[in-house]
Write a protein that binds this ligand. Structure first.
Ligand SMILES: NC(=O)c1ccc[n+]([C@@H]2O[C@H](COP(=O)([O-])OP(=O)(O)OC[C@H]3O[C@@H](n4cnc5c(N)ncnc54)[C@H](OP(=O)(O)O)[C@@H]3O)[C@@H](O)[C@H]2O)c1
Length: 336
């Protein structure tokens, strides 16, 4: 049977277990040109919280009773197309379920000999591509500049900071708790790590005494309020995400967040603040990104960490935990 996690109702604030429903349906048959994929890893990402709300966005919401959306990697279980054989590894937008049937032409083949297949959802997948695109197009840190990255131990943050180091920037990561901070500094090789549960102002003053050239924004709220006044002239703010606000109603202020920053310095300091969505400009450049990243990985310049939950039934809990910072690295669910 195909196990599926459906969106049972739209969450009010933080998602709870009752917002999801686990069902079993017959495994679908592939039609001509189709492939049946058995999913091995599904990807939990913060954007999926946005898909649970019925609001106008860059992508349609998941319908009530629909399968939760996500990227996943799996192996071909049956194929009606000459391009794929049983056992081949593929990447696609398969959803929170254990099997799916997709047209062969919509699948991306993965070579498991190049890197472990799960990396196609993390360092070599959408989150890594996000970090690469945002730094190439918006952040553009130069050698010697100060780059600050929030949610630095997470899927996007760990890559953004390491790519900043490769470009020669000084990199400070912001993460929640001593263990994540130690990982950011000692394993990922950032110059310093700041615990956002401590005194942000004092720690930023110590780590960035001359101010900040590039801020990689993943979280918003109190972290953004502390970073913003420290921009140097011609600073750039890469607006990647603001996870601290994802459980608040659209347009409402995040609970406990200080009032937004005074935007006056944007003019005085000639700042550039730009949001982006990886799917707009990232996927057409995926080949170039993957080639570069594989080079960095083989040379030992890029490291990564995954946080793997086990069993589809545990996906909702792992997702809810990620929104609270309980994940340590790229959050995946192994369907073993
Ligand atoms: N623009 C795009 O195309 C694009 C694409 C992918 C991802 N994103 C965005 O990038 C950001 C990171 O995504 P990810 O997949 O890499 O997730 P992640 O960092 O692996 O996981 C989320 C992390 O956010 C931190 N966090 C949660 N609530 C917080 C709060 N109130 N204050 C401070 N930190 C908080 C937690 O880390 P700590 O324990 O360290 O606080 C948590 O582990 C998200 O905002 C996501 O929406 C954007």
């Amino acid at each position: 049977m195909n196990q599926q996690i459906l969106l049972a109702r739209r969450p009010q604030g933080a998602p709870v277990a009752e917002d999801f429903r686990l069902v079993e349906t017959p495994i679908p048959d592939p039609g001509p040109g189709d492939v049946l994929v058995q999913h091995r890893f599904i990807s939990l990402d913060p954007y999926q919280r946005g898909r649970m709300d019925d609001v106008k966005s860059y992508s349609a919401p998941v319908a009530i009773g629909g399968v939760m959306e996500c990227g996943a990697v799996g192996q071909v279980a049956a194929s009606s197309d000459a391009r794929f054989r049983e056992g081949d590894w593929v990447l696609g937008g398969f959803g929170w379920q254990s099997y799916s049937v997709r047209p062969a032409k919509s699948l991306i083949a993965i070579d498991p000999d190049e890197a472990p297949p799960s990396t196609a959802l993390g360092v070599l997948g959408m989150p890594g591509l996000t970090a690469w695109v945002g730094l190439e197009d918006i952040g553009q840190p130069k050698a010697g500049e100060m780059l600050v990255v929030s949610a630095a131990s997470g899927a996007v943050g760990q890559v953004a900071g390491q790519l900043g180091k490769i470009r020669g920037a000084k990199v400070v990561g912001i993460a929640g708790g001593a263990e994540k901070c130690a990982f950011v500094k000692d394993t990922l090789g950032f110059d310093a790590a700041i615990d956002h549960r401590g005194n942000l102002d004092a720690q930023l003053d110590a780590a960035c005494p001359d101010g900040i050239d590039v801020y990689w924004e993943n979280v918003g709220g109190a972290v953004q309020a502390a970073v913003f006044p420290r921009f140097r002239d011609f600073g750039r703010m890469v607006m990647c995400g603001m996870i601290s606000q994802y459980n608040t109603a659209p347009g409402a202020a995040a609970a406990g967040a200080p009032p937004g920053p005074n935007l006056g310095p944007v003019v005085r300091k000639r700042l550039r603040i730009q949001g982006f969505i990886v799917s707009d400009t990232g996927w057409p450049r995926y080949g170039q990104f993957r080639k570069e990243m594989l080079g960095h990985i083989k040379a030992g310049r890029i490291k990564w960490r995954e946080d793997v939950a086990h069993g589809l039934a545990n996906a909702p809990a792992a997702f809810m935990g990620m929104l609270e910072g309980q994940n340590f690295g790229k959050q995946l669910v192994a369907l073993d």
